[in-house]
Design a protein around this ligand. Structure first.
Ligand SMILES: [Fe+2]
Length: 389
């Protein structure tokens, strides 16, 4: 049976009007809800509008509601009080509304002074796997359902893409977690590291995939060349559809393909028309996909850049993450950022990984961090409360 096709529900009124024709044509078969986004987004009324809760309850009662989370920071080693409270709140939400599956992301955002941030990669090392396994177990306890992780869009070094499949498998394996395969994330990583997306796709543990994401983003000039940003704020590139087709043929347990669009990102009539057309095309592609495998790509060279035990304790991992966000927060040329990072003693153990960081990726990631990173004090000042008590 073909997978369901659904939407990640953005809550702005433009988005809601835009999806009405898709809903009335019966094309929105499932909903994905960012469970923790209302916890960090300031609203005049802290309660969700009634139409949202009604819609969530409707899809939930039909077993068609999927939970997605963004702010837990799976690879932050020292569990913060904020994370414990976040898990308690998640448990309360999942006990009163049923979610078929719940997903989070590989990567981390909470480090140094920051609680909110762009998602960042760490090298594939023992302490990161242990941290991820621990939090995934807690996530499963809190939700009472199957939990999974999404592949990252960001990458600093080629190893962030080439080791990702094994990294995810190491964390998901013991919990028998599922993989949420984001097709645009593969596309963005491949573009920004000048790799073949089909080679990356083939390395993933496809039997674990139960959900796929499809979205758009934007190209922006970084160091004189287009760099792909996964902002969920642009048209779906045509290259995504054959990649999705190949992914569907390789992932027989996929039950849902979700279309993602960032809240408040539909500004013009033509963007609305484009979004509706993208969703309809996605629906067609998913429903007409056959299980015919496309030709195999060349195998991925996933030789590790640093030994697995290069970072083996939580403290070393925390120190590395603190150093990375500290350096990324500097407004300096990427050559300076990389040299600065290499000069930090805590980076010595993964020096080969840091030396392989691409300058353009470093520059783009620093831009993202300086745009999105917020300290707890800044969140409080803005009236946003990341401590989800
Ligand atoms: Fe995604």
């Amino acid at each position: 049976m073909a997978p369901l096709v659904g939407l990640n529900l953005a809550t702005d009124s433009t988005f809601v009007s835009a999806i009405k024709p898709l809903v009335s044509d019966g094309l929105v078969e499932a909903l994905e809800w960012d469970i923790d986004s209302p916890w960090v987004v300031k609203r005049d009324d802290p309660e969700l509008p009634q139409w949202i809760t009604k819609l969530l309850d409707l899809y939930s009662s039909n077993g068609r509601l999927y939970g997605h989370c963004i702010w837990l920071s799976m690879l932050t080693p020292h569990r913060q009080q904020r994370q414990a409270l976040w898990l308690e709140r998640l448990a309360r939400e999942c006990s009163r509304r049923s979610y078929r599956l719940v997903s989070e992301h590989l990567g981390f955002m909470a480090a140094g002074p920051y609680v909110i941030n762009t998602l960042l990669p760490v090298p594939y090392v023992e302490a990161a796997v242990a941290t991820g396994r621990g939090l995934l177990e807690r996530l499963a306890e809190a939700t009472g359902t199957s939990v999974g992780l999404e592949n990252l869009a960001g990458a600093l070094a080629p190893a962030d893409a080439t080791s990702q499949a094994e990294f995810l498998e190491s964390i998901l394996g013991p919990q028998n977690g599922f993989l949420l395969l984001d097709i645009h994330n593969i596309f963005a990583q491949a573009a920004n590291l000048e790799m073949d997306p089909y080679v990356l796709l083939e390395a993933f543990p496809c039997e674990r995939v139960r959900i796929m994401h499809v979205s758009g983003g934007r190209w922006k000039d970084v160091a004189g060349k287009p760099y792909r940003f996964d902002g969920h704020n642009g048209a779906v590139p045509q290259e995504i559809y054959p990649l999705l087709h190949a992914a569907l043929a390789r992932c027989p347990n996929t039950e849902l393909v979700t279309f993602e669009r960032r809240v408040n990102s539909l500004d013009t009539e033509s963007e609305i028309t484009q979004m509706q057309a993208d969703y309809r095309q996605l629906y067609e592609v998913v429903k007409s996909a056959d299980q015919q495998k496309t030709a195999s790509a060349a195998p991925l060279d996933s030789t590790p850049v640093v030994p697995f035990d290069a970072i083996s304790t939580e403290q070393e991992l925390a120190d590395y993450e603190d150093a990375l966000v500290d350096v990324l927060s500097m407004n300096a040329p990427p050559e300076t950022l990389r040299a600065e990072l290499l000069a930090r003693p805590v980076v010595a153990a993964v020096q080969d990984y840091v030396a392989s960081i691409r300058l353009r990726n470093l520059q783009a990631t620093s831009l993202l961090l300086r745009r999105w990173a917020r300290t707890e004090a800044e969140m409080d000042e803005a009236g946003l409360i990341p401590k989800t008590a």
